[in-house]
Design a protein around this ligand. Structure first.
Ligand code: FPP
Length: 224
């Protein structure tokens, strides 16, 4: 969800104003999913690198996440959205972690759209944490190193219950992955759009998904 800061700057407003506008966009994009045949949507809200931002911006974002959970919980529940969070919760404030857990539990029976929000998430950090857990299983004799393959490691990732993404969309004109779902996106299609996240509408979303549908995916094989 890139481009919130620039969106605000272009209006002479503080960066947090852009994040607030960005948070409002999330609902429209989630609600567009069923009509586009999308069951799994993952949004990148805060990376392991975002702690380098000013204290004011970090605090503002954490407040925004709490407000988002409080404000959106009921609508998410009623709209059939199951919410999950990925990322390292250890560095997040306990109050936010409790609210994240609460929203996961509240919506766990939903199945129409699976919304995953990445907070304090980094692809490398996720693989490192997964490796640590895997190594513990080996050290404690529950896993034979000879049995470790790509599927084994995937079971230890934050995304263990989620399918790999078919399509990764980055807004705001940057053509970088920036540590997002590194392992999971090995065969994902990428779409980069110049539209800043607060301007990204359901119409933009539908257009990009339409482009994706026209692509041929071979997963390393050749066409028959
Ligand atoms: C990147 O834009 C955006 C973020 C770091 C924050 C994204 C968070 C939200 C949109 C709030 C949504 C909340 C939930 C819980 C769904 P940037 O600040 O890097 O923009 P810039 O590149 O223009 O500076």
């Amino acid at each position: 969800m890139d481009g919130n800061g620039r969106w605000a700057q272009m209006r002479g407003r503080p960066r947090l104003f852009g994040h607030q506008a960005g948070a409002r966009r999330v609902r429209e994009i989630v609600e567009a999913c069923p009509g586009l045949g999308i069951r799994y949507l993952t949004v990148f809200a805060f990376s392991t690198e975002n702690w380098k931002r000013t204290q004011a911006e970090v605090t503002g974002l954490m407040t925004l996440f709490r407000r988002y959970i409080r404000k959106e919980a009921q609508a998410l529940l009623e709209n059939g959205v199951r919410v999950r969070f990925i990322g390292d919760r250890d560095r997040l404030e306990p109050k936010l972690v409790r609210m994240m857990r609460g929203l996961e539990e509240l919506t766990e029976a939903n199945d129409l759209v699976h919304l995953t929000v990445a907070i304090n998430y980094g692809g490398r950090d996720e693989v490192a944490r997964a490796t640590k857990r895997l190594a513990r299983e080996v050290a404690e004799g529950r896993l034979d190193p000879e049995d470790v393959d790509a599927e084994t490691l995937a079971r230890f990732l934050d995304t263990c219950v989620l399918p790999d993404p078919d399509l990764v969309i980055r807004t705001s004109g940057e053509a970088r992955i920036s540590n997002f779902l590194l392992w999971q996106s090995a065969y994902s299609e990428y779409e980069f759009t110049p539209v800043l996240w607060p301007d990204f509408t359901a119409t933009h979303f539908a257009e990009i998904v339409g482009n994706y549908s026209a692509r041929e995916r071979r997963f390393g094989a050749v066409t028959a």
